[in-house]
Design a binder for this molecule. Structure first.
Ligand SMILES: [Ca+2]
Ligand SMILES: [Ca+2]
Ligand SMILES: [Ca+2]
Length: 186
C-alpha cells in the first residue's frame, strides 16, 4: 500500500511537479526580447556619431596607448557622482575583459546604451524617470500585450512592477550582445 502510494506520488510529481516549471520557464530568449524591442544598434547612428565616440576616447586617453583604463575613464564628466554607473558601463563595455576599454568597445557600449536610454525615456510617459508596467505595455510596439508583459517581467529584476534606468540597462546591455555580431567600427 505504502509502496503503491509512493509510486502514485512519484507519478504526480512527474506529471504536475515538473511540467509546470517547464511551462512557466521564460519562453522568450534574450535575442527574441531584443528583436521585439526593435533594437537597431549601429544602424541608428551616423558615421559622425561613431567618429564622435572615438574622439571621446582619444580625449580621455591620457597615456595615449589607444585604450582607456578605468582610472582614465573615470575622468568622464558624464559619470560624476555615479561611480556604480561608471563601473557598470566599463565592465559591460570591456568585452574581452582585459581591464582596458578600446575605442571599439567604448563605441559599441555607447551604441547599445544610448539606444536603450532613448527607448526608456520614450516609454516613460509621465516623465518620473521610471517605467511602469502600464507605460511599458502602452509603448508603441507590434508585439501582443501578453508578450510585452513577459518582456517587462524579464526586465524587472526586483519585481516591484516598475523599471529604473540602471535595472533596465543592466539587462539590456547584456541581452543586446547575445546572438549578434559586433564588427570592428574603426
Ligand atoms: Ca578591453
Ligand atoms: Ca513613468
Ligand atoms: Ca523594478
Amino acid at each position: 500500500m505504502a509502496r503503491g502510494l509512493t509510486i502514485f506520488y512519484l507519478l504526480l510529481v512527474l506529471m504536475f511537479g515538473l511540467c509546470p516549471t517547464q511551462i512557466q520557464a521564460k519562453s522568450l530568449t534574450p535575442y527574441q526580447i531584443m528583436t521585439f524591442m526593435k533594437i537597431k544598434l549601429e544602424k541608428g547612428f551616423t558615421n559622425k556619431d561613431i567618429l564622435g565616440f572615438r574622439k571621446i576616447v582619444n580625449r580621455l586617453d591620457i597615456d595615449k596607448n589607444g585604450h582607456l583604463s578605468l582610472e582614465e575613464y573615470s575622468k568622464n564628466k558624464h559619470f560624476r557622482g555615479n561611480p556604480r554607473g561608471l563601473a557598470g558601463f566599463f565592465r559591460a563595455a570591456d568585452t574581452n575583459q582585459d581591464g582596458q576599454m578600446s575605442a571599439n568597445e567604448y563605441a559599441w557600449q555607447r551604441i547599445i546604451t544610448d539606444e536603450a536610454r532613448k527607448i526608456f525615456f520614450a516609454m516613460d510617459n509621465n516623465k518620473d524617470r521610471r517605467v511602469s508596467k502600464s507605460e511599458f505595455i502602452d509603448y508603441r510596439n507590434i508585439v501582443s500585450k501578453d508578450i510585452k508583459k513577459e518582456i517587462f517581467n524579464a526586465f524587472d529584476t526586483d519585481e516591484n512592477g516598475e523599471l529604473i534606468l540602471p535595472e533596465y540597462l543592466r539587462k539590456w546591455s547584456g541581452w543586446a550582445r547575445i546572438g549578434r555580431e559586433f564588427k570592428s567600427l574603426y
